[in-house]
Design a protein around this ligand. Structure first.
Ligand code: HEM
Length: 432
């Protein structure tokens, strides 16, 4: 790995990101169960309660915690911007997303307004803690300007998305009226997927892909322009509910196409730099990252050829999950190793040998996670034509969640074992 320009010594305690990472397998499992149970409805309509529940299990419970956890970890190392009281921020964000995610998903699934709204309040409270921490960390930072702006604007997009989410939840149950309701839902989807998820993954991807695979850097112009282009387009989406419906619909089609094109430029550049990488070995992470880039291209064609919204949703959410799991499997062994190395040096335990990265996450396990996720996506997509296949997709997603949970627990047990060797009494001196 190329560590030039990074400050690993500024990394926060590893427990902070791990607290958030542990949520992912649980919510992948909930999404898999919903797909296995009501997959035919998920593929039949984007408005089906099961479709909205699966979407929010994935965006709030699986993606957001890992994205927030990765930011807590990367901001000080990459941008020189440490979060204040990072353990507390991690715990409160994890509690909000964990409880809120279950209640929002459950509220959609069981059509219980109180459950949905209280879940929205709790998830938003957790995310506000994260956003306040991000504001304090990122407003003073000055390193890597392009990435810093991508992260700042992604955090802004998250704030807009959750505010719109709570508003829509009130509209859904008749507590509030909005003219052109559908346009407001489009706004929530666009700020959530193209802004928060798309912008953060692109901004971070343009840093970590060259880092992990020793590849050429991304085009400087793309790094500079992408975050602002996405935010300008999203601001135009905000104006749509004020326009006559037919004009708003035509502009929405145009804006989504341009948003796709901007994100495709990143994904095409990512495939190109990955092809020119200096580390020739292909591993599960690289497969998952490439799957995510291809999924965005496929989603674009699905949009152009007017395929069903459910198909589009599976491609975009599957692509996001694929990139995030790929990154998690790269970061997990590295963070665990780095934490052990720092403890070893600080305590003068140079006689204790550390496990190798490969031992912290064996290749077969990483491949298992990648294969189950890839096949879950393919089976769920085929469910658009043969609905019973979504059940298979759900079961494969549960298998992926179980393997990912095993990978996380296994790394934690190895870490505890090594920490025990540092302590004179053989007792672990830090939490897992
Ligand atoms: C990271 C944050 C979030 C993202 C990325 C996100 C994403 C989405 C997406 C993609 C949809 C459309 C589903 C479809 O078309 O099938 C949607 C709908 C919706 N979301 Fe969110 N969401 C987020 C947070 C929230 C929160 C915190 C709430 C609060 C309860 C919420 C409430 C809603 C509601 C009520 C709808 C559906 C509107 C309706 O059909 O009446 N979302 N969201």
């Amino acid at each position: 790995m190329n560590l030039g320009g990074l400050s690993p010594d500024k990394a926060p305690p590893v427990e902070a990101p791990l607290t958030l990472f542990y949520l992912m397998p649980f919510f992948l499992c909930l999404a898999g169960l919903t797909l296995a149970w009501q997959g035919d409805q998920v593929m039949a309509s984007r408005w089906a309660p099961a479709a909205l529940a699966t979407t929010h299990f994935l965006v709030l419970g699986a993606l957001a915690p890992v994205m927030c956890g990765a930011l807590l970890q990367m901001s000080p190392v990459l941008l020189g911007a440490p979060y204040p009281r990072v353990r507390l921020v991690a715990r409160l964000t994890a509690a909000g997303l964990g409880l809120g995610g279950v209640l929002i998903g459950g509220g959609f699934l069981l059509s219980l307004p109180g459950m949905l709204l209280s879940g929205g309040g709790i998830a938003i409270a957790g995310l506000l803690v994260f956003l306040v921490g991000s504001f304090r960390a990122l407003s003073a930072a000055s390193g890597r300007r392009e990435t810093l702006w991508a992260v700042r604007l992604a955090a802004l997009a998250l704030a807009v998305t959750i505010a719109l989410g709570l508003t829509l939840a009130m509209v859904r149950y008749g507590w509030l009226q909005l003219p052109q309701h559908l346009r407001w839902i489009d706004m929530h989807v666009a700020w959530g997927l193209a802004g928060w998820v798309g912008l953060l993954l692109a901004g971070v991807g343009m840093e970590i892909i060259p880092l992990f695979y020793i590849s050429p850097a991304f085009a400087a112009g793309l790094k500079r322009v992408l975050p602002f282009a996405v935010i300008v387009l999203l601001l135009l989406v905000v104006g749509l509910p004020g326009l006559p419906p037919s004009l708003a619909q035509a502009l929405w089609q145009w804006l989504v196409s341009v948003l796709f094109v901007v994100h495709l430029m990143y994904n095409a550049n990512a495939l190109y730099v990955q092809k020119r990488r200096q580390r020739p070995r292909r591993d599960a992470n690289l497969w998952l990252w490439q799957l995510s880039h291809v999924a965005v291209f496929a989603a674009f064609f699905a949009w152009v050829f007017d395929a069903s919204d459910s198909l589009l949703g599976v491609l975009l959410l599957g692509g996001g999950v694929s990139f995030v799991i790929g990154s998690l499997m790269k970061i997990l062994p590295f963070l665990t190793w780095l934490d052990l190395q720092q403890r070893r040096v600080a305590g003068g335990h140079m006689q204790v040998s550390l496990p190798r990265l490969r031992a912290l996450l064996p290749e077969a396990l990483a491949n298992g996670v990648a294969w189950t996720l890839g096949s879950a996506m393919v089976a769920t997509l085929c469910g658009a034509f043969a609905p019973y296949l979504t059940t298979l997709g759900g079961i494969l997603l549960i298998a992926c969640a179980v393997l990912l949970a095993y990978a996380l627990v296994r790394a934690a047990i190895i870490r505890r074992g090594v920490i025990a060797q540092f302590s004179p009494l053989g007792q672990p001196s830090g939490g897992v």
